[in-house]
Design a protein around this ligand. Structure first.
Ligand code: SF4
Ligand code: SF4
Length: 292
């Protein structure tokens, strides 16, 4: 039976998104007998492995995008493929004539191959984008991590493959990429619940508003965790009240938390009170799902 997928997201990096994801995962592992997976979709900078014992690597996959290769001996220079390309990844100049594929602009959608009527004028090759690593932590827990290759432009195919690799019958805690663009939409559009992490500062408030708009487009239920509470002002709290958004929990601005984080340690093991915060996040978020 399909299990729930919970994503932890934030509008910008550095708000504590990964901290919440890994500590929630660790908290669930501590009491729940069900298998649970930690899914790192922050493929440009995956760092869940800094906090969680890396475990045993059990699978490694390369993620590639299919880009067209034009056979200039067969091409009739009609330009149809370039017309069909919504991403301007094919340069075509009829008067020369000249045709060239720009691999780093190509999304691998296949429209150009579909458009070409000339047999053999277009073939395809793999353009590697990144890798997906699957680690076994113990009998019940796994961690799946996507990594975008340095300089590669498209995170979405890697994120898609990370999610495909996950077992749908196991509970998933997903560390989403920061931001509000395609990578985060790809990560959260089909999950059961999104935990948004913010901080009570003007930057945190501004990013939270953008993130709330993004999540609302997906229609996935969500709640908010305020990290470093005690900093800044009340704007975030007033906004949550006004928008009727659930505040799941607060993580205080605290020296012990900062020290544990800087040392790559798990807060649930190192800092008093954090286990109770994770319990609250879990019960509030899952409590909402259970009543749906
Ligand atoms: S559609 Fe085919 S024949 Fe026409 S320019 Fe493109 S590759 Fe060449
Ligand atoms: S595969 Fe899609 S994005 Fe790539 S060149 Fe062809 S039409 Fe353009």
């Amino acid at each position: 039976m399909p299990e729930r997928k919970i994503a932890v997201a934030s509008g910008k990096g550095g708000t504590g998104k990964t901290t919440v994801a890994v500590n929630l995962f660790e908290y669930i592992r501590s009491f729940d007998p069900r298998p649970v997976q930690l899914i790192d979709c922050d493929v440009e900078e995956p760092n869940t492995g800094v906090f969680i014992n890396a475990g045993e690597l059990i699978d490694e996959q390369t993620v590639a995008v299919k880009v067209p290769v034009i056979n200039k001996n067969k091409c009739l220079y009609c330009g149809k493929c370039a017309e069909f390309c919504a991403y301007n990844a094919i340069i075509f100049v009829k008067s020369v004539p000249y045709i060239q594929v720009m691999p780093d602009l190509c999304h691998g959608c296949g429209a150009c191959t579909y458009a070409c009527d000339v047999n053999g004028a277009i073939t395809e090759r793999d353009n590697p984008m990144g890798k997906v690593f699957h680690y076994r932590l113990d009998d019940q827990s796994t961690r799946i991590e996507g990594q975008l290759d340095v300089g590669k432009p498209f995170a979405v195919p890697v994120i898609r493959q990370v999610k495909k690799t996950a077992d749908p019958n196991k509970l998933c805690i997903i560390d989403a990429p920061p931001g509000t663009s395609c990578p985060v939409i790809e990560t959260i559009h089909d999950v059961d619940y999104v935990i948004l992490v913010t901080e009570p500062t003007p930057f945190g408030f501004s990013d939270l508003k953008l993130m709330v708009e993004t999540v609302r487009q997906t229609e996935v239920p969500f709640g908010v965790v305020i990290n470093r509470s005690g900093l800044g002002n009340r704007e975030v709290y007033d906004y949550l009240d006004w928008e009727n958004i659930q505040l799941l929990a607060e993580i205080p601005f605290d020296r012990a938390i900062a020290d544990a984080y800087a040392g790559g340690k798990m807060l649930v093991h190192e800092v008093d009170g954090i286990k109770a915060v994770m319990k609250q996040i879990w019960e509030q978020g899952i409590g909402i799902l259970n009543h749906k």
